[in-house]
Design a protein around this ligand. Structure first.
Ligand SMILES: [Zn+2]
Ligand SMILES: [Zn+2]
Length: 269
């Protein structure tokens, strides 16, 4: 056990998808928890952050890194219980396109008549920080490297390096030739690469410019960067469990060590 691990609390893109057809992979939107020897870092606040927050009953200081501010990455934030508990100190970071402040976007999500509790009325101590893409920054318990992703309104990919182990989480990203060098370099030698692979290669052709990759893009990046394990992430809300089983099999024929992220999955590197 190296002390570096990732747990998937929400693996879905765009919109939550509860129902009989998604019970195995899960229907919550993007949220993962990375544990380092120094503590935990939460990446994104889709609805997956809600069950995570229910377990965080003890006062804690931690980082919440928002890869960007699209709905599926922030919609769980108003319902995140640590926000409502005195004693929690939450350092929120975001790597969105910085023409508006992170704080103003989260404030806008929590104002009447859309929501009855204001951001400034939350009992937890919150700090708001912008992350310059391509630079490293520190959160409690971790040092994080970043890379600019190809996504409408921009997004930031994150990397954790601990004791010679490397864990990369890239969402949301449309892989194009212009990004090949920077993304492959960022993922080089990763023990685990968790990647937005929302589409099949056929679906991707219909969604060029939408800001998401296919599982085939993921396999190519993983091969070129010498990644040990590729985890397919940010599933299309229209892709049910049986469909995701087939995606996993198809990707497995292109890259030997690939798995499909599902809620509750926890991996150590
Ligand atoms: Zn998304
Ligand atoms: Zn997005």
């Amino acid at each position: 056990m190296s002390g570096l691990s990732i747990r998937y609390w929400g693996v879905r893109g765009s919109v939550p998808t509860p129902g009989a057809g998604t019970v195995r992979y899960g229907g919550n939107t993007s949220c993962v928890e990375v544990r380092t020897p120094g503590g935990r870092v939460i990446i994104d606040a889709g609805t997956g952050i809600i069950p995570l927050g229910q377990q965080m009953t003890q006062p804690e200081e931690f980082g919440l890194v928002l890869t960007h501010l699209h709905w599926d990455h922030i919609q769980g934030f108003p319902f995140f219980l640590p926000n409502y508990r005195k004693g929690h100190t939450i350092h929120v970071y975001s790597g969105h396109k910085a023409d508006v402040s992170l704080e103003s976007v989260l404030k806008g999500q929590m104002q009447e008549p859309n929501f009855p509790v204001s951001l400034s009325g939350l009992p937890a101590r919150l700090s708001f920080n912008e992350v310059p893409k391509g630079e490293r920054f520190e959160v409690p318990g971790a040092r994080i490297s970043t890379v600019k992703l190809n996504h409408p309104n921009e997004a930031t990919g994150v990397r954790f390096d601990v004791d010679g182990r490397r864990l990369v989480h890239l969402t949301d990203h449309e892989h194009t030739p212009e990004y090949e060098d920077s993304i492959v370099a960022f993922c080089q030698g990763a023990d685990l690469l968790s990647l937005d692979t929302m589409y099949t290669p056929e679906e991707y052709e219909q969604h060029v410019g939408w800001g998401h990759s296919s599982w085939l893009h993921g396999c190519r990046i993983a091969r070129k960067a010498g990644v040990r394990l590729l985890v397919l992430f940010h599933h299309d809300p229209h892709h049910g469990d049986d469909f995701m089983d087939e995606v996993g099999k198809a990707a497995g024929r292109e890259f030997s060590n690939v798995i499909v992220a599902r809620e509750g999955l926890e991996l150590s590197v």
